[in-house]
Design a protein around this ligand. Sequence first.
Ligand code: PHE
Length: 355
Amino acid sequence: MDTMELNNIQNKAIETVANLNNLQDLEAARVSLLGKNGQITQLLKQLGTLAPEDRKTFGQQVNKVKVEVTSALEKRKNKLEIEELNKKLASEAVDITLPATHKVIGKMHPVSYVMEEVASVLGKVGFNHAVGKEIETDFYNFTALNIPDDHPARQDHDTFYIKTKDDEERKVLRTQTSNVQIHTMEDNKPPLRIMSIGRVYRCDSDVTHTPQFHQVEGLALDTNLHFGHLKGTLQKFMTDYFERDVKIRMRPSYFPFVEPGTEVDIGCLFCNGEGCRICSNTGWLEVLGAGMVHRNVLKNCGVDSEKYQGFAFGAGIERLAMLKYGINDLRLFYESQEAFLNHFGKVPASVSAKL
Ligand code: PHE
């Protein structure tokens, strides 16, 4: 092989390398030129077959070809590597001037979070959750609560009755959470302190009534319980729930299952008692019904009324939510308007911590 041929091999190799456009092809070319069986490697292997006097010059010439081709391969490799990196950077580039995509996060409905707030406030003073039934027998919703069949108080609750078979006891959608009092006292021994929060139903629908709404019921049963304990508990409940100093006032009232019974007002949160439209200029807002559990109710549940006394209270969740958060129309809770839910909904702390 003469110098011309060697030059040809070198030029051809350098030209091929210069035209390769990716690293895989370049590697394949390196193997076919300089690999174990590569073209140039083969030339070096031929050295042994040459006459000793030719070996030196040929060896030097082939080595020169090898050096040139190696350097061409390396140069091309560097260039291709930079090109590929630039391509990757361009394709992965983030345009930080684009407006952010809006994340739509579900929020807790005010009724749901007020139920949680109430549970947390009462939970801190020892009230445990009790779960009640929404489809209830007439007995638990009325009779056991000292509201017998012919009692006028039944008319106050516009009740949804449920069709039952002739021999079955009449069933209702509970009109109040007070039914839980009866189940609790039947199934547990005093002392006890429970809260029950859930749905109630009344066949009534206007600006201030919806056929389904929510109540919280509290019941405490113990020896030596008196009206002062009830008042203290309600004062704490209201102060902690509204998160400010709240005045409370108890007016005598009538609920068949308590004696004495009381309607509980709080000092108006909007005018500090001076009188405004929301409190009808009275300075007070009605929030609760409460009282000492009637001895007939205790008797109905098999509780010794000589030994034990109880107090109970009940409040509407929607009303508590409206007063605390300044929501002025009950119907908004159930219309599923996005603007309302966005404004009054809350992202639960457990979720917002992850955002
Ligand atoms: N259940 C009564 C209501 O629905 C509230 C209440 C509960 C009153 C407990 C007294 C005691 O209005």
